[in-house]
Design a protein around this ligand. Structure first.
Ligand code: AMP
Ligand code: MG
Length: 459
């Protein structure tokens, strides 16, 4: 086999209680429908001309040299309720590679059952695989920290979902790591101080080598999450399922389930069908990130010495999150209006613009992308804005022309189900070039009959 992945595995060297070693379940007739060659080069993968090997490896049928496949264990608060044991129910970490840009996990998602599958089949259908591929690659092109998509195959095997059989698929995902808030929570729930200490040391060494101890790690997590969520807000992104098992310590966007970019702006927008309370609505994302960080802080208590003091110190420490977020939000939204040096005094200018968008139901992406043209009805606002001396180059750099709209993704998935992947290829090339003018097919907001009101966890 020409295909070579320069694995250098470190998670597999942690104790057994961090994972279960196992192999992927082979599939019958895999077909590689997407492969991210530039990313493969960055990861030091060679032998890319061997298409058969690429297909077999990223279908989980052939184990590449140096891989040490394992399913990671974690816990998590799902919609506020704690599940003491989750874990990779349909994913396998093949291993890690070390690059000039750092260490990366290579993970198969949809590769068969694991001890953590609970009631699930360990598989994915082509819909969520396509959604994650398009979303994560668009996010990367938008400059948002995110897991990446390296490869996608259809398996040639059906996957049974509520509406009947659907084509099975496997995504290969790349992440700075898959360590989640929930990875800490599983060991805290087991009162396993040794595992918590090892995980803390490992996470600091891998992600934040200049952080000191658990408190230092907590501060880093707050910094990266404040930046991440402010970035999401600035592009109208709704994650949809911000459970603590879906929050990566690295600060990358992870687990693209029922996520979506808003079309019409409204702060209460929710897409996920299972989010009946609107817990993960657009405007709730910052307070939920703070809540998740509080859960992370709680998980650190067992390794912080005197419990009362630890709780008091951590309670005080997490108060740093809201101001970190506010500063990041102001910087992001300031830049969208061409203000590189936005101060809290600029808040009303930004908020008045957003309020008008909400009242008029204006499209989030297109309204910002049209600047310096201002929506009708904002004459006075435009005068205030111009008086502030906005930098129009910064406006252009800070407002994408195209984002992956839900109704277009759904249309691409419909084609893929009938084995036509041309729309997927075309959409991928458009959404990974987000600052260029694009075909109205991709920039127009959905017609009423095209609107997708609900997204599904879509496992
Ligand atoms: P999610 O909400 O997608 O982050 O998933 C929550 C948990 O359910 C994770 O532990 C997943 O690994 C697991 N899970 C999701 N879908 C499946 C599936 N089809 N089979 C087995 N486990 C799954
Ligand atoms: Mg998840």
């Amino acid at each position: 086999m020409d295909l070579q992945i320069p694995f250098d595995n470190s998670y597999a060297a942690l104790p057994d209680k961090f994972y279960t070693r196992l192999s992927a379940t082979p599939v019958g007739a895999p077909r590689l429908f997407a492969f991210n060659a530039p990313l493969a080069h960055e990861l030091g993968i060679s032998g890319l001309d061997d298409r058969t090997a690429l297909t077999q490896v990223f279908a989980g049928n052939v184990l590449p040299d140096g891989a040490a496949p394992l399913a990671q264990v974690y816990a998590g608060h799902q919609f506020g309720g704690f599940s003491p044991q989750l874990g990779d129910g349909r994913a396998l970490l093949l291993g890690e590679v070390e690059t000039g840009a750092g260490r990366f996990d290579i993970q198969l998602k949809g590769s068969g059952p694991t001890p953590y599958s609970r009631m699930g089949d360990g598989r994915a259908w082509v819909g969520p695989v396509i959604r994650e591929y398009l979303m994560s690659e668009a996010m990367a092109a938008l400059g948002v920290p995110t897991t990446r998509a390296l490869a996608a195959v259809t398996t040639g095997e059906p996957v049974l979902r509520e509406d009947g059989p659907l084509p099975g698929a496997i995504l290969t995902r790349v992440a700075a790591s898959h360590i989640r808030v929930g990875t800490f929570q599983v060991f805290a729930a087991r009162a396993d101080r040794d595992a918590l200490q090892r995980l803390t040391d490992y996470t600091i060494a891998r992600h934040f080598p200049d952080a000191h101890g658990p408190m230092g790690l907590l501060h880093k997590l707050m910094e990266v999450q404040a930046e991440l969520v402010a970035h999401w807000m600035s592009i109208g992104f709704i994650h949809g399922v911000m459970n603590t098992d879906n929050m990566a310590i690295s600060g990358e966007t992870i687990d693209y389930g029922p996520c979506a970019f808003m079309d019409a702006y409204h702060p209460n927008t929710v897409f996920s069908s299972i989010d009946r309370q609107g817990r993960y609505a657009y405007a709730n994302q910052p307070p939920i990130a703070h809540w998740n960080i509080a859960q992370f802080a709680s998980a650190l208590v067992p390794i912080m010495g005197d419990e009362d003091k630890a709780v008091a110190d951590l309670t005080e420490a997490i108060k740093a999150f809201p101001p970190l977020y506010e500063a990041a939000w102001l910087r992001r939204f300031g830049a969208k209006l061409g203000l590189a040096d936005a101060t809290p005094d600029d808040r009303p200018l930004i908020e008045d613009f957003l309020t008008h968008m909400a009242q008029e139901g204006l499209d989030f992406t297109n309204t910002f992308a049209a600047l310096p043209d201002v929506p009708a009805g904002l004459k006075d606002w435009a005068r205030r804005w111009q008086a502030r001396g906005p930098d129009m180059d910064l406006v252009a750099r800070s407002n994408p022309q195209v984002i992956p709209r839900l109704h277009r993704i759904e249309a691409v998935i419909q084609s893929a189900v009938t084995d036509d992947f041309a729309p997927f290829d075309e959409m991928l090339s458009v959404v990974t070039d987000p600052y260029s003018q694009a075909d109205p097919l991709y920039t127009a907001r959905p017609a009423p009959e095209e609107r997708v009101a609900r997204t599904f966890c879509g496992t």
